[in-house]
Design a protein around this ligand. Sequence first.
Ligand SMILES: C[S@@+](CC[C@H](N)C(=O)[O-])C[C@H]1O[C@@H](n2cnc3c(N)ncnc32)[C@H](O)[C@@H]1O
Length: 269
Amino acid sequence: MELNRDISILALQTFQKQEDRNINICDLFGGSGIRGVRYKNEIDGVGHVFINDISETANEYERHNVELNNLKDIEIFQHDASMFLRMHRGEFDVIDIDPFGTPSPFLDSAGYCSRRNSLLCVTATDTSALCGTYKEPCIRKYNAKPYKSEYCHETGIRILAGFVALTLAKYSKSIEVKLSHSTEHYMRLYIEVKKRFQKKSDECLKNIGYISHCKHCLYREENKGLATSTPNICPECGEKLIQAGPLWLGEIQNEEFISKMIVESENKN
Ligand SMILES: C[S@@+](CC[C@H](N)C(=O)[O-])C[C@H]1O[C@@H](n2cnc3c(N)ncnc32)[C@H](O)[C@@H]1O
């Protein structure tokens, strides 16, 4: 996961410079604590780092690693992730969700507790569900139908982003996806959470829709809207079309944000 953390550092540094203030970071699933420790050590303009993990053993490693690095303004907690977020509602500029498997059960608390103009980082390792190897778990966890095509990793990222957008919309929040990647066994999203405003979240949800795919001639089309109609028959070859979604049909990479990350990577080398 070293690459994952390297990319995270560039994304958080870019976000910190964009906001031009000290940022408080929540490493919600701390594990060994390496993520929180690296955030504190390697990013400029970091205020307080909160490392949380439900496991006592993980907490011991976290304490050891924080002491080893002689760090201040970094605290360790032992709570269930959702409980922890709700105990600290609105306190974090960055919430990093890096669980085993699906982030789905924690996104409601993240949606409720995230503050405006904050960054939400989300990892999912249940790629077999998101990519459509197993359809039912994807429907269960993300309320979306996946489809295993040659671009199933992108579809998986879009299902995850769509689920985040729909979950946050419950709390009148809207999202902008700054960066996403599918690497080895996981997918990762960097999402900016915008302020509470019902009209904005309604606008944001216009990016949700469906993909219709023809496995015979590879024709595909997208249709935006949750209650939209989707075509059944391929207009090119007349075969039956397969649908995937609901998923995010908006931007999944932000060129300006990523260009700034590249500058950061040159600065840090
Ligand atoms: C994938 S590991 C975290 C890896 C770490 N973020 C890193 O970059 O190395 C997931 C961690 O989540 C913790 N965990 C599992 N369920 C949890 C829950 N409900 N609340 C808080 N922590 C939980 C586990 O104890 C484990 O240490």
